[in-house]
Design a protein around this ligand. Structure first.
Ligand SMILES: [Zn+2]
Length: 74
């Protein structure tokens, strides 16, 4: 299944990040041949090939159009 996404979209991944927060919410912070995403639980950056990302992403949750401040204040 193809999921359309763009820079700064908040996405839900199929598997949670193995950190304390166990969140599936990540923000896309770089796009190109590789995709860089930030875990919205712990803030870690993860770089992966676009093909891997396409397989691991489930859906787009929000499109804020800008980087989220991190750590989040809410
Ligand atoms: Zn994390």
């Amino acid at each position: 299944m193809f999921t359309a996404y763009s820079l700064y979209d908040i996405v839900e991944m199929k598997k949670p990040h193995p950190c304390k927060e166990r969140t599936k919410r990540f923000q896309i912070v770089m796009t190109g041949a590789d995709i860089k995403i930030r875990c919205l639980g712990c803030g870690n950056l993860i770089l992966m090939p676009r093909a891997d990302f396409n397989e691991r992403v489930r859906r787009v949750l929000e499109s804020p159009g800008r980087p989220l401040p991190f750590p989040r204040q809410d």
